[in-house]
Design a protein around this ligand. Structure first.
Ligand code: ATP
Ligand code: MG
Length: 318
């Protein structure tokens, strides 16, 4: 049974793109696999961020994930910076990563373009991501389409390390996509992204959902609203919507109203669970601490073996 690993940055509010593209899949995968999910705060600091709010955003992401259905009784849920081995393996993997590949990554090109001064951490982001997954020798990585290029590089990094030191020690991780692998933002142009402010939050009130959906951009060619329908509306409704749209039986506003109703129905139980978790931040922190302990136990074993295979002098007894 392949182990599953994936991460999400506490760079803003959990949105329906994250949910339909990745998190919903995480919830399902818990039934079939050993799953490890991380709130990757060390990734979130590669871009300018509000320092005062980071801890709260990290906790809020934990609340959002638990409310969405991540079950800490079956799954390891933890905060990346709580397990120092991520940084250690990240450094080690910089020594087998080709610089040219890093510079070719689309996400790097996009995100660095928006910055006046580009930190090396933004370039090295995919290396830390490789460390996240390889530390647990995970074989499956449920992500959205935007991460496929990073996954490709991750496999290259695993192959290169294996060729020098490991002979198959690190499995080559495979991506798992959902049907809604790329949800566009409300602007209808860029992908929905926490850092672009073009999102509908997973925990948004029914009124806010409608207020944001109503003016959202639509496109007759590739309709983003229909992609979201595919995530929230039952198949017969999707069919009906597609037909009404094709025959111009409905305007976009009718289509959006039906979508809003289905979104609200799907998201209300999640919002209610989140409200209960928000009332018990101590309990959520305890869940994250316990998750970090379980993650650390695996990470330590991997690192001991990595150091041994690389010929580093043995130090602490672990
Ligand atoms: P940021 O803008 O800070 O990069 P983000 O919204 O892209 O935030 P991430 O934390 O980078 O979120 O990604 C978390 C997961 O959500 C990843 O698996 C990513 O592929 C997926 N994801 C993000 N945005 C979308 C989207 N618009 N559609 C589908 N999946 C998405
Ligand atoms: Mg992203």
């Amino acid at each position: 049974m392949a182990r599953v690993f994936s991460g999400i940055q506490p760079s803003g509010e959990l949105h329906i793109g994250n949910y339909l593209g990745a998190v919903q899949n995480w919830v399902r995968l818990q039934d079939q696999h050993e799953c490890i999910f991380s709130i990757v705060d060390l990734h979130a600091i590669t871009q300018p961020y509000d320092r005062a709010g980071l801890a709260q955003r990290t906790l809020d992401m934990g609340i959002g994930l638990l409310a969405a259905g991540i079950d800490p009784a079956r799954t390891i849920l933890f905060v990346q910076s709580h397990v120092a081995e991520h940084s250690e393996l990240g450094w080690i993997l910089t020594t087998v990563t080709p610089l040219g590949e890093l510079e070719r990554q689309t996400q790097y090109k996009d995100k660095s373009q928006r910055l006046e001064s580009v930190p090396a951490g933004l370039l090295n982001y995919p290396i830390l991501q490789a460390a996240d997954v390889l530390l647990y020798q995970a074989g499956l990585v449920p992500v959205g389409e935007d991460q496929l290029q990073h996954l490709e590089l991750m496999r290259e990094i695993a192959r290169r390390w294996n060729a020098r030191y490991g002979d198959g020690f690190f499995p080559e991780p495979q991506p798992l996509l959902t049907r809604a692998k790329r949800v566009l933002g409300l602007d209808g142009h860029a992908k929905m992204s926490k850092s672009l402010g073009n999102t509908i939050g997973l925990l948004e009130s029914p009124e806010a959902i409608w207020e944001k959906l109503r003016p959202a951009a639509t496109d007759p060619a590739i309709c983003n609203v229909f992609t979201i329908h595919q995530g929230f509306s039952p198949p017969d409704v999707q069919e009906h919507v597609a037909q009404q749209c094709r025959t111009a039986g409905w305007g976009c506003l009718d289509c959006k109203r039906v979508l809003a109703d289905h979104m609200i129905a799907a998201l209300t139980p999640i919002r209610e669970r989140a409200a209960r978790l928000q009332a018990d931040p101590g309990g959520v922190r305890a869940v994250l601490r316990a998750g970090a302990e379980r993650a650390r136990a695996i990470a330590r074993r991997t690192m001991a073996e990595v150091r041994r295979r690389m010929g580093l002098l043995e130090g602490a007894a672990d």
